[in-house]
Design a protein around this ligand. Structure first.
Ligand SMILES: Cc1cc2nc3c(=O)[nH]c(=O)nc-3n(C[C@H](O)[C@H](O)[C@H](O)COP(=O)(O)OP(=O)(O)OC[C@H]3O[C@@H](n4cnc5c(N)ncnc54)[C@H](O)[C@@H]3O)c2cc1C
Length: 369
């Protein structure tokens, strides 16, 4: 194949979901991933939570695609044997002052179409989570957890069964617009794309830059999140998913407690801007920082209960010091209309991937006619 209908750059959960949707409709779909395996970026370094859509600005892409993506993810996982569980979650207030924010958050969720939300009192929280200290909480029944790497593999497997070509070790290094198509040069070879989809996650701004697109001005600021986990013998401290109130300026959802599908408990992620998109390790905060962040919700937690775990890097569009949460950018490039750009796909893009793929399928359809 030296000409493809669709070339997708990036084999994370979003690129693989797009490959599945596109290959159901068109022949000659190619996905290029630079790493030796799919999903090695943010798609396997996250909390694995199927979010409800509670947090996001009403009317935003994040709100719409998360609420729809939540339902699509459950349906997809059930149909294709991807390990998942509809656990529900609690967002807790740990003081009377925080309760007003809790009520506002619930209203926002309702405006986004999240169903089943209700405020419960301290006794109800204790009945569900005996070690959690809270004055009240929002109960969010549609939240769940998913094995994110398995989700990536399942999208990719179906794409391949439908005829998509998935090429690993294929770093896209050069892009040239040429007469209604884009010439894509990667470490695996060259191909002409009738429609190009930039789904390069943390590197989507750099890929837009390869094309000379003005959309490269949407700079991605890497924000690292570290996790710890509770040691064996202390995992009973948490039964489900427990979140604090989110960061007021949208930096993160706050260090939360996540019971995983396999019985462990994650504590994290932290959120801090870093200089280098490839830096997963330097200057990790000590476990004492996690104790300090989790203790308002979980007073019994001690440093010896924790051991460091993995890290992930968010693809943030909001620069350091910004007071506004950003939205996903998903659109056809105005300068290069046969290119679909996806930039700033931070959380909740794991949850939203199925809904993002539906939207991108529509945009690819406009390009291919
Ligand atoms: C700490 C953390 C916790 C999170 N928790 C959740 C959660 O609980 N629920 C939720 O819904 N979301 C969560 N998210 C967000 C979610 O993980 C991401 O939004 C999602 O995984 C993004 O998927 P992606 O496919 O866009 O990006 P990625 O998974 O980063 O994939 C992009 C791919 O593009 C490839 N690539 C880049 N450049 C090139 C190139 N030039 N050539 C070829 N390939 C290239 C990369 O190697 C990579 O594999 C979390 C994120 C983080 C960091």
């Amino acid at each position: 194949m030296d000409r493809a209908n669709v070339v997708i750059i990036g084999g994370g959960v979003v690129g693989c979901a797009i490959a599945r949707a596109a290959s159901a409709k068109w022949k000659d779909v190619l996905l290029l991933e630079q790493m030796p395996k799919l999903g090695m970026g943010a798609s396997s370094r996250n909390s694995g939570v199927i979010h409800s859509g509670l947090y996001y600005t009403p009317g935003s892409l994040k709100a719409k695609l998360c609420v729809r993506g939540n339902r699509l993810t459950y349906e997809f996982c059930a149909a294709h044997g991807v390990p998942h569980r509809n656990t529900g979650k609690l967002v807790v207030a740990t003081s009377r002052e925080q309760e007003a924010t809790l009520a506002e958050l619930m209203e926002r969720g309702r405006a986004n179409g999240v169903t089943g939300l209700r405020i419960v009192d301290a006794a109800a929280v204790r009945a569900r989570e005996p070690h959690i200290a809270a004055t009240a909480a929002i109960e969010v029944p549609s939240t769940g957890i998913v094995a994110s790497e398995e989700l990536v593999k399942a999208y990719a497997r179906i794409a391949a069964e439908q005829g998509a070509d998935i090429v690993l070790h294929a770093k896209v290094e050069k892009l040239e617009a040429a007469g209604g198509a884009v010439r894509v040069k990667s470490s695996a070879g060259e191909i002409e794309a009738r429609c190009l989809v930039n789904s390069a996650g943390l590197f989507a701004d750099d890929v837009a830059g390869l094309l000379g697109s003005e959309m490269a001005k949407h700079k991605i600021y890497p924000v690292r999140g570290e996790y710890c986990e509770l040691v064996r013998g202390r995992t009973d401290l948490v039964r489900g998913l427990v979140y604090p109130l989110p960061h007021p300026e949208g930096l993160s959802l706050g260090v939360h407690l996540t019971k995983t599908l396999y019985g462990g408990v994650l504590v994290g992620p932290t959120a801090h801007y870093i200089a280098d998109k490839n830096d997963y390790e330097s200057n990790r905060p000590p476990v004492e920082d996690f104790v300090r962040m989790a203790q308002p919700m979980l007073p019994e937690i001690r440093a010896e209960d924790l051991r460091p775990s993995y890290t992930g890097i968010r693809a943030k569009l909001a620069p350091p010091g910004s007071h506004h949460p950003s939205d996903f950018i998903i659109e056809r490039d105005k300068q290069f209309p046969n290119v679909v750009q996806l930039i700033g796909l931070e959380s909740p893009a794991l949850t939203s991937a199925g809904a993002i793929a539906e939207m991108v399928e529509g945009l690819i359809g406009e390009v291919l006619g």
